[in-house]
Design a protein around this ligand. Sequence first.
Ligand code: TXA
Ligand code: MG
Length: 330
Amino acid sequence: MCAQAPARPSESQLAQAARIIREGGVVAFPTETVYGLGADATCPEAVARVFEIKNRPRFDPLIVHVADAPAARALAAPWPQAAQRLADRFWPGPVTLVLPRRAEVIPDIVTAGLPTVAIRVPDHPVAIELIRLAGVPIAAPSANRFGSVSPTTAAHVRESLGNAVDFILDGGPCRAGVESTIISFVGGAPTLLRPGAAPIEEIEALIGPVERAPQRRGGASMADEAPLAPGMLDRHYATATPLHLRGEAPASLDAARCGRLCLAPPADASSWRAVEALSPAGDLRQAAAGLFAAMRRLDALGLDAIIADEFPQTGLGLAINDRLRRASRR
Ligand code: TXA
Ligand code: MG
C-alpha cells in the first residue's frame, strides 16, 4: 500500500476561508479530533448562524478555538494552576478547559449565557493557520447536525451540512477521531465533563483526581430542557439505524440483517451482514480514529440494527464507550 499525502488546502483557500470568518461567515475546518463548524467567536450574528446550521439548541454552548495559550488567557480569568498545567502539557491538543469567562471578549451566545467559557488550542496546522489568518478566536462545535455522528472527513461534512456552509477546508481524515476531553475548573474540584481524545489517566497523572460529572438522562430533542451540565445529553452521536450495545440488544434481532461494531473481528464474523473491526491489534487509539467513519458506513447499509461491543474501559476506550452508549439511547 502506498502512503497517501495528507490533504492540505492551498494558501489561497486558507486566505479565502479566513476572509469568510472575518466577514461573519461560517467555515468547516479540520482539527485533530473532528471537523469543526467555525465562526468569529466575537461576532454574535456569525455564531447564531452556526446554531442555525446545526439545528443546535441555544442552551448548548460552543468551544472557543484559539491559536495559543496567551490567546486563551485573554478569554478567561482566573486560571487555576492545574488548568495551566494541562494547557502547558496538552496544548496544542485535544483538551478543552472550562474556566470563568471574561465577558467583555466572548458574547453570551457562545457560552449560552454561562459565566464560563470552554477553550482549546487544536493540534492541526490548518486549524491554527485559519485562526491566525482570521485574527479572531473561532467558536466551533463539531460540523454535524445536532445529535448526529461527528464528521472526521471533509466528505462527512459535505454529506451532513452540504451547501449550508460557506466554505469547507479539507485537511484529510482527523487523526484522533473523537472529540476533545473537557475538564471544568469552575467551582470546586476539576471535573470531567466529557471523556475524549486525551486519556483521563494522563490528565490525572498530571493534576491528581478529577471528578466525574453526573450523567443525566434526556434526549437530544429535548430542546427546551437545559441540561445541568450542557453537552451531557444522554442521547447523542446517533445513527439513523438503531444502535444497541451488545449486552442490551433485543434477542429477536437477526445477525444476518445487522452490523457488528467491535475491536477485533468476532469468531462468528460470517453470520453478520457486516462487521466493522476497529483495531484487530486491540489498539484503542486506532479504534477511536475509525469509530465515527465506521458508524457512518454501517448506517448507510440499511441494516435492522447496529450491535456495538463495549470496549475496554481504559484510555481512549472511555471516549469510545461514551459515544456508543449515547448513540444507543432512543
Ligand atoms: O474536539 C472537539 O472538542 C470538537 C472540535 C471541533 O474542537 N468540538 C466539539 O464541539 O466537540 P461540540 O460543540 O460538539 O461539543 C462541545 C461540548 C458541548 O457538549 C458543550 O456543552 C460543552 O462542550 N461546553 C461548551 N462550553 C461549555 C461551558 N462553558 N461549560 C460547560 N460545557 C461547555
Ligand atoms: Mg458535537
